[in-house]
Design a protein around this ligand. Structure first.
Ligand code: NAP
Length: 256
């Protein structure tokens, strides 16, 4: 018998960037826990392959093409998600792009805007559509953003990326206060070094691996699956009183 407040069988979750890495790890755990899950991404092949994996859990799942840096696309895809599943209980604004590793003085305005449009505009539009729906529905909800340690640590050659991740924490803190009266919680997840397609350049670099892994007390890189348990908790009724928080999942890296 499982703890009833953790039962997700009546819940509908949306995971942006759910076709890969951390998002797929969260989507998979949500589906395994009985939630209906919709994932958004821009790449049809990645969506298809993730959908096949998610369907194997037996859950009700769908994948949609949505570029979160396009306001109209976010509005249309959110409406389509609600139409498909009847409602959305929780949203993981997880889609993101990394910066280009460019020295600060060489960062172009186009590069700055490219990163902000996905990682910050996209989060704003996703959460705004979700909050509208949740407030109108009047049954509460969950807003969860995937931030980054770059919001807290100094991250060289990643200032556009770090700016979006810091801004997300500030946005979510505001939402946690403003939306509490509607039973909507808002939290951020702060991953450490996680082995995903986004970080594959770093993980292929021997000097990086030698320098960083010895600073991770767990002595391994994180995986998408490491985010499953937290995703389920945040979606569930057991987290109803937990809001405005930041959850660091980094194998102890930031404590060492
Ligand atoms: P990933 O495997 O590359 O996942 C990124 C996801 O975002 C993909 O599903 C991608 O799908 C989607 N995406 C990118 N641009 C998009 C757009 N314009 N519209 C919609 N979806 C878009 O990398 P990840 O590491 O799991 O990253 C997930 C989140 O974790 C990101 O927000 C990232 O900043 C954050 N994070 C990662 C780490 C780490 O070490 N890996 C650390 C801290 C924070 P498509 O390719 O189909 O668009």
């Amino acid at each position: 018998m499982s703890y009833e407040p953790m039962d997700l069988s009546e819940k509908v979750a949306l995971v942006t960037g759910g076709n890969s890495g951390i998002g797929l790890g969260m989507a998979h755990a949500l589906a395994e826990s009985g939630a209906s899950v919709c994932i958004w991404g821009t790449n049809p092949d990645k969506n298809e392959s993730a959908l096949t994996q998610l369907k194997a859990t037996g859950a009700n799942v769908a994948a949609m093409i949505c570029d979160v840096s396009d306001e109209a696309a976010v509005e249309a895809s959110f409406a389509e998600t609600v139409k498909t599943f009847g409602k959305v209980d929780g949203v993981y604004a997880n889609a993101g792009v990394s910066g280009g590793g460019i020295p600060f003085i060489e960062i172009s305005t186009e590069e700055w805007r490219r990163v902000l449009s996905v990682n910050l505009d996209g989060v704003f539009w996703t959460f705004r559509e979700a909050a509208k729906h949740m407030v109108e529905r009047g049954e509460g909800g969950r807003l969860i953003g995937t931030s980054s340690l770059s919001a807290i640590h100094g991250a060289p050659r990643s200032e556009p990326y770090a700016s979006t991740k810091g801004a997300m924490i500030a946005m979510v803190r505001g939402l946690s206060v403003e939306l509490a009266r509607y039973g909507i919680t808002a939290n951020t997840i702060i991953p450490g070094w996680i082995e995903t397609p986004m970080t594959e350049r770093s993980f292929g670099n021997e000097r990086f691996e030698a320098a960083v892994l010895k600073r991770v007390p767990e002595r391994r890189w994180g995986t998408g699956a490491d985010f499953g348990g937290l995703a389920v908790y945040l979606m569930s009724d057991s987290s109803a009183y937990h809001t405005g928080d930041q959850f660091v999942i980094d194998g102890g890296y930031s404590r060492f």
